[in-house]
Design a protein around this ligand. Structure first.
Ligand code: DSN
Length: 444
């Protein structure tokens, strides 16, 4: 970055500090990952300079020969990798992709049915009132059962009762395999469109570590930067089943992305997506995807042995959701203490949480990032031990229920953990381990 060093050392110093942070910390946020050097190069290219509203060979701007080539390349690679007849690689990210599918399949006031956020769904799956989908459509939400697993009989009953026009199957905090066939039977029984949001698990699907929804659903959305390990972006994949239901479905999706919801595509991101899709074709990527799950199981096992309660009793994918109520400590407290110890994860609601989303009862963690760095089961056991040590260390920190008291308390707590010597000691140990595993995209 020799030019940035000369022209804007301030911005460069922030980027360098972030590289150091990423290198020295253990990143366990299940929706994050490390893009390769090749993806970073393509994403940082001159393709960022170009406007390209429209689609390949049908643009509203001149000078798009190369942009057409890169978008067609990304489309072709997406179609081949996932086995679909139509791919749109323009959505800026997951939320616009999910909005586009709803725009293409629903009229204002129609019913959309998705997994509630509190049960591990996503805001764009119909979260009521405050979101696009919750405001413009009639949204009905299903939940996981008391045991933390999806209850397909309940989902079927809700579908029969509510007659949604679109059913969304997809999760951001669900540690189990999704049964696409069951979702498909439910959608067929009420004549609904079925959309799979595989943002979290796309890399696992490609690696064969999670079943693919392509045979069962009409349309698939995914971000490209999670387990798929590309740049920040998204794709919408229309399946053969989708085109059978509506031969014009591909065009409807394209028109929903542009001109309905977006302007010019981010062509540098499209190039990064093309590169990531090529990387995901290889044998190494399959090994990687399977190792993510092996690592998640090892980490889950290590935590459960130390008395942690996992929602649904374990994991079959890349993430786990830990219910901290039996430890008597807030997810917020634990996440911040771990942050100071160099272990980065989410504080997260657990199903049927009685605490507010800002101060929930659980934590969400996963293994895509640490697996990209080359860590295996052995390191997961070590990480489980550190997490336990930190939780034991802060377990008597009681977050006040009263809002005003809480504001004062949280500030004081953050001050305490910033100076805490035990957390600093763990941070040193974490750093030593992390430095043994190169940071993809940056370290050679
Ligand atoms: N923000 C993502 C996650 O963390 O799961 C979902 O879009």
């Amino acid at each position: 970055m020799q030019y940035l060093r000369k022209t804007d050392p301030v911005t460069l110093s922030i980027i360098r500090a972030e590289e150091k942070r990423q290198r020295e910390e253990l990143m366990l946020i299940p929706s994050e990952n490390y893009a390769s050097r090749a993806v970073l190069e393509a994403s940082g290219s001159v393709l960022t300079n170009k406007y390209a509203e429209g689609y390949p060979r049908r643009r509203y701007y001149q000078g798009n020969t190369n942009i057409d080539d890169v978008e067609l390349l990304a489309q072709e690679r997406a179609k081949k990798l996932f086995g679909v007849p139509h791919a749109n690689v323009q959505p800026y990210s997951g939320s616009p992709a999910n909005s586009a599918v709803q725009f293409a399949t629903l009229e204002p006031g129609d019913t959309v049915m998705g997994l509630a956020l509190a049960s591990g769904g996503h805001l764009t799956h119909g979260h009521p009132k405050i979101t696009f989908s919750g405001k413009f459509f009639k949204s009905v939400q299903y939940n996981v059962g008391k045991n933390g697993w999806l209850d397909y009989d309940e989902i079927a009953k809700m579908a029969k009762r509510e007659k949604p026009k679109l059913i969304i199957a997809g999760t951001t905090a669900y540690p189990r395999i999704l049964d696409w066939k069951k979702f498909s039977q439910i959608a067929e029984s009420v004549g609904a469109y079925l959309m799979a949001d595989i943002a979290h698990i796309a890399g696992l699907v490609v690696a064969g570590a999670h079943p693919s929804p392509v045979r069962w659903v009409h349309v698939v959305t995914t971000t490209t930067h999670k387990t798929l390990r590309g740049p920040r972006g998204a794709m919408i994949l229309v399946t053969a089943r989708g085109l059978k239901k509506d031969p014009d479905f591909g065009s409807k999706i394209d028109r929903a992305v542009f001109p309905a919801l977006q302007g010019g595509p981010h062509n540098h991101t499209t190039a990064g997506i093309a590169v990531a899709l090529r990387e995901a074709q290889g044998k190494l990527f399959k090994t990687y995807g399977k190792q993510i799950v092996k690592n998640a199981k090892a980490l889950a096992e290590s935590l459960m042995k130390k008395g942690f309660e996992l929602v649904s009793g374990g994991t079959d994918n890349h993430l786990m959701l830990v219910d901290l109520r039996n430890k008597g400590v807030s997810g917020w407290v634990v996440a911040w203490a771990l942050d100071k110890a160099g272990i980065i994860l989410n504080y997260n609601s657990v199903p049927f949480d009685t605490n507010p989303p800002m101060f929930p009862s659980g934590m969400r963690l996963g293994t895509p990032g640490v697996t990209s760095r080359g860590m295996k089961e052995r390191e997961m056991v070590r990480i489980g031990t550190w997490i336990n040590e930190v939780v034991e260390h802060v377990k008597d920190e009681k977050l006040p229920g009263d809002k005003e008291q809480r504001t004062v308390w949280t500030k004081a707590f953050l001050g305490r953990v910033a100076k805490d010597r035990f957390l600093a000691k763990i941070r040193g140990e974490v750093r030593s381990l992390a430095r043994r595993f190169p940071l993809p995209g940056i370290d050679r």
